[in-house]
Design a protein around this ligand. Sequence first.
Ligand code: PLP
Length: 361
Amino acid sequence: MIPVTKPFLPPREDYERYLDGIWERTWLTNNGPLVNELELRLKDYLGVKHMLYVSNGTIALQLAIKALKLSGEIITTPFSYVATTTSIIWEGCQPVFVDILTDKLTIDPNLIEAAITDRTCAILATHVYGIPCEVEKIQQIANKHGLKVIYDGAHSFGVKIDGKSIFDYGDISTCSFHATKIFHTIEGGGVFTKDPELLKRMAYLRNFGHDGFERFNGIGINAKNSEFHAAMGLSLFPHLESIQTKKKEQASIYRKLLSGLKVVFPDLNEIESYNYAYFPVLFSTVEQLKASMTILDDNGIGSRRYFFPGLNSLDYTTGNCPVSDHISERILCLPLYHTLSQEEQRMIARLLLRVQNNSPK
Ligand SMILES: *Cc1c(COP(=O)(O)O)cnc(C)c1O
């Protein structure tokens, strides 16, 4: 069985070393020393000034929307994971979908202005597959219309734009540290901002609004994470570079093996410190995608339709996004994880080529 992804687990001893400290201190959660250490390590590793470690990437989005006190319409991308949209609705705002760029798969900045109304308060865009959004153009539009900008950076851990962390862009950026993501703490997430006031607000929001034991600063929620989760993240740091190297190598092997396949790979060439979080391939037809999924499945190989259906076509959403619709029904993510072998990659490629060669012209 070859899954579409496999979480990285550090050597058990590495994790257990952190457990000794937890047992000694009996400090399990509530902003403990390992949570603090993880935040420091992440800031250092990513080169960002501020970040808060939270319980997951979805609550990170919700904290961002809450901290910016958004209400009304939020312009967003139809091509992302469902949490991008549900966070908007969960926070009482309305998602307004703007179509994506054919090559980058991120929100098309040229279409944003036409979607702005007097109820628009913000833009929430995703660096999908770790491909950076057109951040400069988006910021210009936001400045012109007085809108806030949030980036869902769940896929973009470690990616840079002009030498700076991708999380430095927008009013707030978020990340997910879920087990399937490139850097993980089992469950977990982060919020990033350059604004110390926003950071402070999110710190209160993360912990019920507690301002000491007996005072409260506004209405908060529980978005804290535990020492056990932080320990997983800390145990991963020594392995991050080798995981990245491996995934980069695997992606280039796929490209070679699949060069005879009539598919399109997203263009990743100019992305700084790209993280190879996913390996998406865009088929020419839905039929080819479905036949490919079937043959992979028949051979015990996982693949996932990240991201289908488009977020503009859920039961509770609407929006006309032809580019996204057309891509989302034909795109498939192939297995990619640190222990995937070349032999397994060759088998996957053989199966995909077989589907193509057997299909009617
Ligand atoms: C994974 C993911 C999330 C949600 O993160 P969780 O940590 O699983 O809550 C949000 N947005 C995108 C684009 C994701 O891929």
